[in-house]
Design a protein around this ligand. Structure first.
Ligand code: MLT
Length: 279
């Protein structure tokens, strides 16, 4: 069953999420990346909703969700997600984030560790942007400001997918492209600035009292497998999966495998929590 949740905070005049599954089940929050919306999870939700309560939000600025002012930070976005959970009286959840959603998941874990049962990092990294990346983002912001959103999206989207998937499923890339084009220029710019300004979060990993999951695409051009693998032994408990045929988009390239791995991680993390509480 799908239900709609809608809240309002001073930073977020409207923050919406769709909720699936049963309220008495462990909660998994799925945070989408850039430039996407909650639809990104369309293949994964049906594979998990029988056993978990799933919350899928459109991040503020996307879909019906909005933020006030011109700027937003990963910390503000994480605070909005925490407000959504609190409104639903959800005390703890598995926070799963794809790429930019992963940066928000790290911010959530830094700000609200007591609400975290486990963090699932999907094609993302705890490192901050380096100088080269910041320069490239600033160039893209200029392009979007000059009316070049379509050129920006047409250039950035296809390489997110592994070449073999791209060739076999041009319709999926086209669907993502159309969804990305729905996002306002101001939102794309605000998200890029939020990513530029995000800090490194390796300390979150080193001090994590919760398990951390890493989903890595061997053909990911954005979250480099070599660089991400270096982070996968920093937390105490790490689940690491490398998908040989995936690029940056396992939720569309290999949803069955991703759902299976998230299920295993969420089951372990919630059982561990229950054990700790009863010890
Ligand atoms: C994403 O996939 O969410 C973003 O492209 C991540 C990034 O640009 O760092």
């Amino acid at each position: 069953m799908e239900t709609r949740i809608r809240i309002s905070t001073s930073k977020f005049p409207q923050l919406t999420a769709r909720q699936y599954g049963m309220e008495n089940q462990p909660t998994i929050v799925l945070l989408h990346g850039f430039p996407a919306d909650s639809n990104l999870w369309r293949e994964v939700v049906p594979l998990l909703q029988d056993d978990f309560r799933i919350l899928v939000s459109d991040l503020p600025g996307v879909g019906e969700s909005s933020f006030s002012g011109d700027e937003v930070s990963v910390e503000a976005l994480a605070t909005g997600i925490a407000a959504l959970l609190k409104e639903q009286k959800i005390e703890k959840a598995i926070i799963a984030g794809h790429s930019m959603g992963g940066y928000i998941a790290f911010a959530f874990a830094a700000l609200f560790p007591e609400m975290v049962e486990g963090v699932s990092i999907i094609h993302s990294s705890a490192k901050a942007d380096d100088e080269e990346k910041i320069k490239a983002r600033r160039k893209s912001i200029e392009l979007i400001r000059k009316g070049g959103k379509e050129a920006f999206i047409n250039a950035m989207l296809p390489p997110l997918f592994a070449e073999s998937f791209r060739n076999a499923h041009p319709e999926v890339i086209e669907q993502q492209r159309r969804q990305a084009m729905e996002i306002a220029d101001a939102t794309l710019i605000a998200f890029y600035n939020a990513m530029i300004n995000r800090p490194e979060r390796l300390d979150v990993l080193r001090s994590a009292s919760f398990p951390v999951q890493w989903i890595i695409g061997a053909q990911d051009n954005l979250a480099s497998p070599e660089k991400v693998l270096q982070q996968t032994s920093l937390a105490n408990v790490n689940f690491v999966s490398v998908y040989p045929d995936s690029g940056h988009m396992a939720m569309l390239e290999d949803p069955q495998e991703l759902a299976k791995d998230i299920r295993a991680f969420a089951t372990y993390s919630t059982a561990r929590q229950t054990e700790e509480l009863s010890a």
